[in-house]
Design a protein around this ligand. Structure first.
Ligand code: COA
Length: 337
């Protein structure tokens, strides 16, 4: 078997959804004692989408999943993976309910939590199932209602995140086809877990038997070291995956970097020597949507034609954990669901 014959996961459907409620920077000014200028200058974010009462991560995932299945032209898959840090409940995982609501009851379904790197981890996991022959078609969803984890009065986090979901369908194919994913680079650094953390609500705090400080149920972030780690890890990981793929940076037509913050994106692109017009971006409109970030920006850019069939795409992501991951693909002929 030559390299080009080998079985690979091929992207054949994509869809995304954000809730209709828009929260602009001006909407946050009073509560956070901030300004539109401050938020734009430090993050590049103008507005974000936020769920309304009655919605949850499952709602977002089902909307995106429906669109991705439609885009793929076939409503049937044999595995569903939901990358999320904000499951509807601590137990059970959200994926079985998502699968059920998509008419896929009985199909194996599980959640995967690698925070903002979750979608790339989920792609790698799905690609592994396809390569091993344990799945022919996989629905991979990145969905987060991360605003539900925030302290609405914490100005260091409340301006940055938004809610949303994106999804792709992967089918078994060969590595030389447009849409074939991989290679991958994945990594983690648990020594820096405290940099982005929800301290309470998990087994460590519950097992302690100590009373919960309600503030510890919210996400907190040490912004400056996170910034430095994000730039370093995504630059390194993107470099490694390019090397594994045998691509030079000049071969990359579009760079899809985790939409954390416009300054982080610019710094990673500068490190990699990718000009700004090759960087796809929607962080200004949706903020950091955690596991949804990569599929949302891919779907947005493909919908406007900024990403087109034949484009060679470099994807890299970074988040709490710390966790990071990168991959590449050549964009296939695919309708956006
Ligand atoms: N509006 C106004 N002032 C704010 C603010 C806001 N929304 N958020 C923080 N500040 C203030 C701080 O309170 C601090 O005030 P002080 O000097 O009086 O204490 C001041 O701005 C500087 O804070 P600092 O944290 O040094 O700002 P910064 O230049 O590092 O910018 C971030 C803050 C969060 C924008 C920046 O660190 C960042 O982008 N980090 C990465 C975040 C990220 O992408 N996380 C997700 C990774 S997946």
């Amino acid at each position: 078997m030559t390299a080009d014959d080998r079985r690979a996961a091929v992207l054949c459907g994509i869809g995304a959804w954000v809730p209709p409620r828009v929260v602009t920077n001006d909407d946050l000014v009073q509560r956070l004692n901030t300004t539109d200028e401050w938020i734009r200058a430090r993050t590049g974010i103008r507005e974000r989408r936020v769920i309304e009462p009655g919605m949850s991560t499952c709602t977002l995932a089902v909307e995106a999943g429906t669109r991705a299945l439609k885009s793929s032209g076939d409503a049937v898959v044999d595995l569903v993976i939901v990358a999320t840090t904000t499951p509807d409940h601590p137990c059970p995982s959200t994926a079985p309910e998502v699968a059920h609501r998509l008419g896929l009851t009985g199909v194996p379904a599980f959640d995967l939590n690698a925070v903002c790197a979750g979608f790339v981890y989920a792609l790698a996991t799905a690609a592994g199932h396809i390569a091993a022959g344990s799945a022919e078609r996989v629905l991979v969803i990145g969905a987060d209602a991360f605003t539900t984890m925030l302290n609405p009065n914490d100005r260091t986090t409340a301006a940055i995140f938004g809610d949303g979901a994106g999804a792709v369908v992967l089918r078994a194919g060969t590595a030389d086809e447009p849409g074939a994913l991989g290679p991958f680079d994945l990594g983690s650094d648990g020594s820096n877990a405290d940099l982005l953390i929800v301290p309470a609500g998990g087994s460590e705090q519950r097992g302690s038997g100590l009373p919960v400080d309600p503030a510890d149920l919210h996400f907190r972030m040490d912004g400056q070291p996170v910034f430095r780690n994000a730039v370093m890890r995504m630059s390194e990981s993107a470099g490694k995956v390019l090397e594994r793929a045998g691509w030079r940076i000049e071969d990359v037509d579009r760079f899809a970097c985790h939409q954390a913050n416009a300054r982080i994106l610019s710094a990673v692109a500068r490190n990699l020597a990718v000009e700004q017009d090759r960087v796809v971006m929607n962080v200004d409109r949706v903020g950091n949507t955690v596991a949804a970030s990569i599929p949302l920006v891919l779907a947005d850019a493909a919908a406007t034609g900024d990403i087109a069939p034949g484009h060679r795409i470099l994807i890299t992501s970074f988040g709490a954990g710390l966790s990071w991951g990168s991959t590449v693909l050549t964009w296939p002929e695919v309708e956006i669901g």
